[in-house]
Ligand binder design. Structure first.
Ligand code: CA
Length: 372
């Protein structure tokens, strides 16, 4: 016993000595380590917008705390430095070091971009995270952004959105013909292909557009953000599910040269904080959406209803057609499409006997929990 104790003590003392040695070594590096960086992060959201905009604010706080102030990130709302839809260019050109937005805004530059945000009838949040991190998605995303000197990181997720607020009942696919809907991205293309008219209006103008009947329907996000915009005051029916945005992933984009100037430990902090925000935002939306939906139904008497099976099936057919056509137009889009669709097939098979089977098992009655 004494021998073991003595051996333990001597190991302990050796460790102490080693620590002391390291500390002395650290001091010689003080100048290099003390170098501080101040980054600008521009976003596509109003400053501090709940969820979408508070995510990058939390990211900034996190890296500043982790780095003990060596990496400071100043966050700018849309329009403060650059307009919402110029985030990509500002970071690409190195005007600022970093951005937060949504890949599908850049589909004019990169046809494959929507696949990194969300695809109608595509992957949900859990599946997007799996595809991006363990299914080859992130490698393809980096390849797509590389020519623009940008490194993308998943930067949050809203979860399955709502189909949106409608002032006309949707019973068949014919009801979509001539319907004017505020719906961006691929969802908009599908509505157009189905005979409707898709319009892109920024969040701040949606309420008035609905109130003045400029549009018959609008999607925005989900109950938490929709209630904050007051959309229940201007929309008659709140339809689900968000077939067009089943698991929208937001993005952090970093200027490649700026990233490469960081020492390895700060690079790791950027990566880890982005991962933390990616998960944190989903957690926040999951909790706040269910509370907001309860309020919408109980306090405001909102009429929540499912899109009929026939309409879902019709939209799904149009989506398959539109996605296949998109893939044929561009080689990278084809690779991304094939990767994501193959992943989706596997996810659907497996989730049918796990997540879906469990949801069914957990629910005593088949009806939804609202408005029945
Ligand atoms: Ca949306």
């Amino acid at each position: 016993m004494k021998k073991i104790l003595a051996a333990t003590l001597s190991i302990g003392m050796a460790l102490l000595a080693a620590c002391g040695g390291e500390r002395a070594g650290e001091q010689t590096d003080t100048v290099a380590e003390a170098k501080t960086f101040t980054w600008k992060l521009v976003t596509s959201w109003p400053k501090n917008y709940p969820g979408l905009g508070t995510g990058p604010e939390k990211f900034a706080d996190m890296v500043e705390a982790m780095s003990d102030g060596r990496l400071k990130v100043r966050v700018y709302g849309a329009g403060e430095m650059v307009p919402a839809l110029e985030v990509f260019d500002a970071v690409s050109q190195g005007t600022v070091e970093m951005g937060h937005g949504s890949a599908y805004y850049w589909k004019g530059k990169i046809p494959a971009a929507p696949f990194f945000t969300t695809v109608p009838f595509g992957l949900n949040a859990q599946e997007m995270n799996a595809w991006l991190n363990y299914g080859g998605g992130l490698e393809l995303w980096r390849e797509a952004y590389e020519p623009f000197n940008l490194i993308p990181f998943p930067g949050g997720n809203t979860g399955v959105q709502m189909a949106g607020w409608f002032n006309k009942k949707i019973e068949t696919m014919e009801d979509i013909e001539g319907l004017s809907v505020r719906i961006p991205g691929l969802g908009g293309e599908i509505i157009t292909r189905a005979g409707g008219q898709s319009v892109t209006i920024p969040g701040g103008e949606i309420y008035t557009a609905m109130q003045t009947n400029l549009v018959d329907a609008t999607e925005w996000v989900s109950p938490y953000n929709d209630q904050a915009l007051g959309l229940h005051q201007v929309g008659d029916y709140y339809y689900y599910p968000g077939w067009h945005e089943p698991g929208p992933t937001l993005e952090f984009i970093v200027n490649e040269a700026a990233y490469n100037r960081l020492p390895d430990d700060l690079k790791a902090m950027v990566r880890v904080a982005a991962q933390a925000i990616n998960q944190d935002m989903l957690n926040e939306y999951t909790a706040r959406n269910m509370t907001a939906m309860e309020e919408l139904v109980e306090k405001h008497g909102v009429d929540v209803r499912p899109l009929p099976d026939e309409v879902i099936a019709g939209l799904r057919d149009v989506t398959e057609q539109v996605l296949a056509e998109l893939a044929e137009k561009d080689p990278l889009t084809k690779r991304v499409y094939e990767s994501q669709m193959a992943f989706k097939e596997k996810a659907m098979a497996y989730h049918a006997i796990t997540e879906e089977a469990f949801y069914d098992a957990r629910r005593p009655e088949p009806e939804s929990g609202y408005g029945e």
